[in-house]
Design a protein. Structure first.
Length: 82
């Protein structure tokens, strides 16, 4: 298994923090935000379940640009061997 050497950027971390404190944010947006923040100060990899959710968000037209940015960040930190 390869090791993740990527961390969440400060811009995405800010979006994630704002999403988590937004009472109107969707459950999936908050889930992606939590995952992105957990990877901001460590080399944790995205799990397969979160990888699947992030992929579906990117393929859908119903999510806003911030949710898609979170999904892209989370997906970029996944295990590319999967």
């Amino acid at each position: 298994m390869t090791t993740n050497k990527k961390k969440t950027s400060s811009k995405i971390s800010t979006i994630a923090a704002n999403t988590l404190s937004d009472k109107t944010a969707s459950t999936i947006a908050k889930s992606l935000a939590a995952s992105a923040l957990s990877q901001s100060s460590s080399f944790k990899q995205t799990g397969s379940e979160m990888e699947s959710k992030a992929s579906k968000v990117l393929q859908s037209n119903k999510y806003n640009k911030n949710t898609k940015a979170l999904a892209a960040s989370v997906l970029s930190q996944s295990n590319h061997e999967r």
